[in-house]
Design a protein around this ligand. Structure first.
Ligand SMILES: [Zn+2]
Length: 489
């Protein structure tokens, strides 16, 4: 594992911040694990692995620690799977929380033994709800049908997976994937903050140190190929007369492509649809897809417009949508230090290491460790020694998705549901109990049981809300709220 550190006060780090809107004087301690996670198919396996990392570990057996940390500690922890990498990251304003958070992440990353029932709850519950939410959107359906209909060898795969492909992933496949790809050689840890002790970081992440997926290159050496000539035509589906045309463009052209999209749209006939699929294939190319009834005419228009594309240097390497501070940290190492993410190898059968060589099994004996035995009765163990940092003051801001619903709630009408989403306005007197309530797994049971995609308690304009997104039990949620309020008293 390669461990890299930048002092938050370092001049070149702050220079790298200049284009961001963030206050670079605010002291923040952050860490990112960048793990090479190739996407070999549409299964969404890497996405499932990412979710399971937060589903508990031998040392931190509770499945709800992630929510407790994000709600009650001055910290933010999350992960994202994209472009052949999974980024696990956190940031905090307290240096005393830096090492415990690092430990929490490491333990989740090296965990390989899961109970089948836990996998099923996450896969068929939480992930199913998440993917279903996207798949219900019309725009996404178009994107997905173009992607899945494209059988060209250069096609990219969807990192997230689809509801039908996700459900086929097994515990054995998950273990195999983690054994193959979650190896220390394929991990890089980036840290920032004032006075982080890297020796302590090393102890905390004590695995063999070797080269990693990020290797040193001169930052101008990278040759970007445009790939603009590559075009593929496929039928949208058997019944539709529409044709999908795909251009593949190297991801360093992405910004320029995004800026050109409006122009292309203007030139195309009204019934044509054009969009970018920013997920990269194994050659780091993103797809530009055109859905059209008159391919010959439209193809020419697009090809003409693409002549003006220009490539950014490696500094804008596509790392997708991440927390801005985390993105800044990754960008710093790519831009200032000239580190270039190297494309992970594709999976080959012979590349599967034996169990005994596996870093994961070395950390964790191969017997099935029974954890999460009584998930709903457990208090957060992670927070037990950090109780002085636990406070409802740390509750996050209400997600945008719920802002319009929030305006429709008052002390007379404190619950509202719309589609599969719901929002509840917390009354003052209930709030006194909130910190304790949120420490218990019982509170998070709808999420842990996979009934909904996301839930949380958060603040907007001085009012506290409890929300749920993509909840298949939305009709009985008010009843559940009543019970949870009773038990909080
Ligand atoms: Zn997810």
């Amino acid at each position: 594992m390669k461990r890299l550190y930048v002092d938050a006060d370092a001049e070149d780090f702050r220079e790298a911040n200049a284009e961001g809107q963030l206050d670079d004087h605010e002291q923040c301690y952050a860490a990112v694990f960048a793990i090479k996670t190739p996407i070999n198919d549409h299964s969404g396996l890497a996405h499932l692995v990412e979710h399971m990392v937060f589903r508990g570990s031998k040392k931190y057996p509770c499945s709800h620690e992630l929510f407790v940390i994000n709600h009650l500690l001055p910290a933010n922890i999350n992960a994202s799977t994209q472009n052949g990498y999974t980024f696990y990251f956190f940031k905090t304003t307290e240096i005393s929380l830096f090492y415990p958070l690092l430990d929490y992440l490491v333990q989740g990353i090296v965990q390989i033994n899961y109970r089948e029932s836990e996998l099923i709850l996450e896969r068929d519950g939480v992930l199913h709800q998440e993917l279903q939410m996207y798949e219900a959107m019309e725009e996404y359906q178009l994107y997905a049908s173009a992607l899945r209909g494209d059988e060209s060898p250069e096609n990219n795969y969807h990192y997230g997976g689809f509801t039908d492909t996700m459900s086929k992933n097994t515990l054995q496949q998950l273990r195999q994937y983690k054994t193959r790809y979650y190896q220390p050689d394929d991990m890089t840890l980036l840290c920032s903050g004032r006075g982080i002790d890297m020796r302590r970081v090393e102890q905390c992440t004590n695995v063999s140190i070797n080269e990693s997926q990020i290797s040193l290159h001169d930052k101008h050496v990278r040759q970007s190929k445009s790939g603009l000539e590559t075009k593929f035509e496929t039928k949208r589906n058997a019944t539709s007369p529409e044709v999908v045309i795909t251009w593949r463009v190297h991801c360093t052209y992405l910004t320029s492509l995004e800026n050109t999209l409006n122009l292309i749209q203007k030139h195309l006939p009204k019934d044509n649809r054009i969009f970018i699929d920013p997920e990269t294939n194994n050659a780091d190319e993103v797809a530009l897809r055109l859905v059209t009834l008159n391919p010959e005419q439209s193809k020419e228009i697009v090809t003409d417009c693409l002549q003006t594309l220009y490539s950014d240097d490696v500094s804008t390497y596509n790392i997708g949508k991440l927390d801005p501070q985390i993105k800044r940290l990754i960008s710093y190492f790519i831009k200032v230090k000239g580190l270039t993410p190297v494309r992970p190898e594709k999976l080959t059968k012979t590349a599967m290491p034996l169990a005994s060589e596996s870093f994961l099994n070395r950390i964790e004996p191969s017997e099935i460790v029974p954890f999460n035995c009584t998930p709903l009765l457990m208090q957060s163990s992670f927070c037990s020694s950090l109780s002085k940092y636990v406070s409802v003051e740390n509750l996050p801001i209400l997600p945008k998705l719920f802002h319009s619903l929030a305006t429709r709630l008052s002390s007379e009408k404190c619950f509202i549901a719309e589609g599969a989403h719901w929002l509840y306005l917390i009354q003052e007197e209930e709030l006194l109990q909130t910190a304790n309530t949120l420490l218990a797994a019982e509170f998070w049971s709808p999420r842990l049981r996979g009934e909904l995609y996301a839930m949380g308690v958060s603040l907007l304009d001085g009012r506290y809300f409890l929300y749920g997104a993509q909840d298949k039990m939305v009709n009985s949620r008010e009843e559940w709220l009543f019970r949870i309020r009773q038990s909080a008293r």
